[in-house]
Design a protein around this ligand. Structure first.
Ligand SMILES: *[C@@H]1O[C@H](CO)[C@@H](O)[C@H](O)[C@H]1NC(C)=O
Length: 651
């Protein structure tokens, strides 16, 4: 009996010594970690420890290793929790923080002020709305009333450290987080359980139910600290990408995250440490964009879509304009739009040009200028945050937002030109590299002619299509005319004409370096209304060669598009009378023509440059084929065979 007593006594003694060892008696300052924080409690998820018990048990767990690179222990509880008033005063720490982390990154955080009236705090009551001074990633201090806010929480369901805003059944419950000590009756809690306590359950979204927003952390911490400045400082540091770009946001496609939500709400994704961008990053600097822009000294805000490491779509906004009124939303606006790539957003009327975009379809960051059904919807860009009802927007959906969509084709419906990118970026910068500057350089030949377009026959490119859309053919260094060339300056004809100081636009067919047919248009009159297509009109025509085109003569086509059903572009014709009788000045055909006089020039590839040598002949007898078509601006149209052009002929 005595021996048994003695043994029990010895065991108790050993136990006490072990407990003292594990506790903080040897270190009255507690365990300092991460630059000035004093750790009071931590528990890892799903380790088979009941959280409430772990939190109150003296000497629980192992002290963390003193190196910041070591992971925090699975469970640790400091005895300083039993002497909080004394500890707070002695360590001069003002804030007590509870935090959840995933992979060592903070995902949720609540901050309490313990500097005021420290004598009244104990290990439970610091965790209360009355001491609450901040919460991340969203605010809680504007919530009028909490349904739960305590460490004890809901004792029946073992929902500890529970912060809830309303109870409305499993599907309706709202709240910030909880540390669950039991298999929860609700699916949003149970999913984090994995058979062992605790489950660290948090809600990613302020405006969503726990059912909609629940996610699961792997570490819960309570610590003391003396500065709140550090909170989210890491998310407010300017981060420069590719040297000159201050990255504010980036997201990859199809990562199960809404682009608009993650853009608008604070996130906890760490700033990248190099140019390897994470799947998602959002800087808190977006929340005060006006100040951010002023502090950065940057002038442009860029939204960009990237595919296979190349920029495929880009919008550049002027953020120095009215910088004081700049917000998270209004930078993305027509008023601020400075340039776009791969082509100019040249519309003036839009049905959507905003971050919210089409709310019903969740087409965000949306620029659309036409609706009329899925095959008609036309625009520049759409970030799709939900499965769309239109095929053009959902065909690459893969069950997960966001889908990063852009339209490769200017002024065409999305369904014709849509493509997907793999990353979206938003950043500030000084000078956006003008990705197409070289296609906007004046290409001047023969002293005065500013070449805007040229094409040679049978090269397998359609003339009308290449004329209407941006091409990537460089200006040859020797300034010789290449087989095909198109200047981006065509997209802003009004500006181009004014800047060129030239008054005439010429379209010309050549053969063996001699002009064989020519139309001269006046572009000095009503220059503001000039467009890519309307300069080529009978109204602006002032001269023609080798014969004039009388105003009296009947023409059924005089336009760049011409007879689209037969792909007869740049048509100046009076057709529809049958192949034998069709009349006209010239045509650039982009398909094998049904009439012999056209198809003979075809040779298996577009285009065919055909012109009519004789004013009075049908194409059948007058046709000949040129070897170059050129469009240029000039002031001086050489007189060719003036003896012919001076007459007032009828065709
Ligand atoms: C941006 O807007 C400011 C203020 O309106 C203006 O002075 C500046 O020239 C604009 N920048 C560009 C590149 O258009």
């Amino acid at each position: 009996m005595a021996w048994r007593h003695l043994r029990d006594w010895l065991l108790a003694l050993l136990w006490t010594i072990a407990s003292v060892e594990a506790a903080d008696v040897a270190s009255p300052n507690g365990f300092a970690f991460e630059d000035g924080k004093t750790l009071l409690f931590t528990i890892r998820s799903n380790i088979g420890e009941e959280p409430q018990k772990a939190f109150v048990t003296r000497g629980n767990g192992n002290r963390p290793a003193p190196s910041p690179n070591e992971p925090l222990p699975a469970v640790y509880r400091s005895d300083l929790l039993d002497e909080l008033p004394d500890t707070v005063r002695r360590l001069d720490k003002t804030y007590m923080v509870a935090e959840m982390r995933v992979d060592r990154a903070v995902v949720m955080r609540v901050v309490f002020d313990v500097g005021d009236y420290p004598d009244s705090i104990d290990q439970f009551n610091w965790f209360s709305p009355s001491r609450l001074i901040g919460a991340w990633p969203y605010r809680l201090d504007d919530v009028a009333k909490f349904s739960a806010f305590s460490i004890e929480g809901d004792a029946n369901k073992e929902r500890r450290f529970f912060i809830a805003t309303s109870f409305d059944g499993c599907n309706g419950d709202r709240g910030f987080w909880l540390v669950s000590g039991a298999r929860d009756p609700c699916g949003w809690g149970r999913n984090g359980w994995k058979g062992l306590a605790p489950a660290l359950i948090y809600n990613r979204f302020k405006d969503r139910t726990l059912q909609q927003g629940a996610a699961y952390a792997d570490q819960f911490l309570v610590y003391l600290t003396d500065t709140v400045d550090e909170f989210r400082a890491e998310f407010r540091k300017p981060f420069f990408h590719a040297e000159r770009k201050q990255l504010l946001y980036t997201i990859k496609a199809n990562i199960h995250k809404s682009a608009l939500e993650t853009f608008r709400q604070q996130q906890n994704y760490r700033a990248p440490i190099d140019d390897n961008l994470p799947i998602l990053y959002r800087s808190d600097l977006l929340d005060d964009l006006s100040r951010t822009v002023k502090d950065s000294g940057m002038t442009q805000m860029v939204m960009e879509l990237v595919k296979d490491h190349s920029v495929v779509a880009q919008l550049v906004f002027n953020v120095t304009k009215d910088v004081d009124s700049l917000t998270l939303d209004n930078w993305f606006s027509l008023e601020r739009l400075e340039s776009s790539y791969p082509y100019l957003v040249d519309k003036t009327k839009f049905n959507y040009f905003s971050l919210d975009g089409d709310v019903g379809e969740q087409r965000r960051f949306y620029i659309s200028y036409n609706y009329g059904g899925c095959h008609v919807d036309a625009g520049f860009i759409a970030i799709s945050d939900a499965r769309d009802s239109c095929n053009w927007a959902n065909r690459n959906w893969r069950g997960s937002p966001p889908l990063l969509l852009y339209n490769r084709l200017q002024n065409k419906p999305f369904h014709a030109g849509v493509d997907t990118a793999d990353r979206m970026l938003v950043y500030l910068t000084h000078e956006v590299e003008d990705r197409r500057w070289k296609f906007r350089q004046p290409f001047i030949v023969d002293g005065d002619k500013q070449i805007l377009y040229t094409i040679t026959p049978n090269i397998g490119k359609e003339a009308v299509d290449t004329f209407k859309h941006q091409q990537d053919y460089p200006i040859p260094s020797d300034r010789s005319l290449p087989p095909i060339y198109r200047s981006d300056l065509l997209d802003q004809m009004d500006k181009t004409v004014r800047r060129s100081g030239r008054s005439k636009m010429v379209a010309e067919m050549r053969k063996n370096n001699a002009v064989v047919a020519r139309l001269v248009f006046d572009v000095a009159t009503d220059t503001d209304s000039l467009t890519l297509l309307n300069w080529f009109s009978r109204d602006r025509l002032v001269a023609a060669y080798p014969y004039q085109i009388s105003k009296k003569i009947h023409l059924n086509y005089f336009s760049v598009d011409g007879d689209t059903s037969l792909k007869r572009g740049f048509s100046v014709t009076d057709t529809g009378k049958g192949c034998d009788n069709d009349l006209g000045f010239w045509i650039v055909t982009d398909r094998k023509d049904p009439c012999n006089w056209g198809s003979q020039g075809w040779k298996g590839a577009a285009p065919v440059l055909l012109y009519n040598r004789f004013r009075t002949a049908p194409f059948r007898t007058g046709v000949d084929y040129a070897d170059r078509f050129v469009v240029y601006l000039t002031n001086h149209v050489d007189e060719l065979r003036p003896e012919f052009t001076k007459a007032v002929p009828v065709w």
